[in-house]
Design a protein around this ligand. Structure first.
Ligand SMILES: [Zn+2]
Length: 168
């Protein structure tokens, strides 16, 4: 497992889509970094995280690349395009790799897991309704004001190992 101060990153192919006679490659830039808690961070449940505890951050961003017959590559889109990847997969437009579903699930569930603008309750409502609270809006359960802090959803050890497996 990663140690504090270490980062593991890489580009992983997600799948290929044939669109109007050209090949589009989808790929994901995956980055996992590890640092020690300074004691200032809190979880989305508003629990204090003890000083020195290892915190893992997952960051994933996607790239949609047009592959020309002469070998040149043009980047069509990049960033948080997992909705487009999921749609291409569901509609069977994309030839997937065995890891495609795993990467999409990690991306949707854990991307920027230490930068939650909302508490667990607010995140739950957002997941159900798609509506994000206004900045400063207070949670009726715990009183957290949306966007006033970055809260952490600690990555389970099993998930850290899964990500490391994809990158090693
Ligand atoms: Zn709350």
């Amino acid at each position: 497992m990663l140690k504090s101060g270490e980062t593991l990153s890489g580009t992983v192919q997600i799948g290929t889509e044939h669109r109007g006679g050209v090949a589009i490659e989808w790929q994901a830039e995956i980055k996992l970094s590890c640092s020690e808690s300074t004691g200032r961070q809190r979880t989305v449940g508003l629990d204090a995280i003890p000083v020195g505890l290892l915190l893992f951050r997952l960051s994933i961003s996607g790239e949609e690349v047009l592959c020309h017959s002469n070998g040149h590559r043009t980047f069509l889109s990049a960033g948080q395009n997992h909705v487009a990847v999921r749609a291409a997969m569901k509609e069977r437009r994309m030839i997937c790799r065995p890891v495609t579903g795993i990467i999409l699930n990690l991306w949707e569930d854990w991307n920027l897991n230490d930068m939650n603008a909302g508490c667990a309750h607010q995140n739950y409502v957002t997941k159900l309704t798609g509506d994000e609270p206004e900045i400063g809006e207070m949670c009726e359960v715990c009183g957290f004001r949306y966007g006033y802090d970055f809260l952490v959803r600690p990555l389970p050890d099993k998930t850290v190992e899964q990500i490391e497996g994809l990158l090693r």
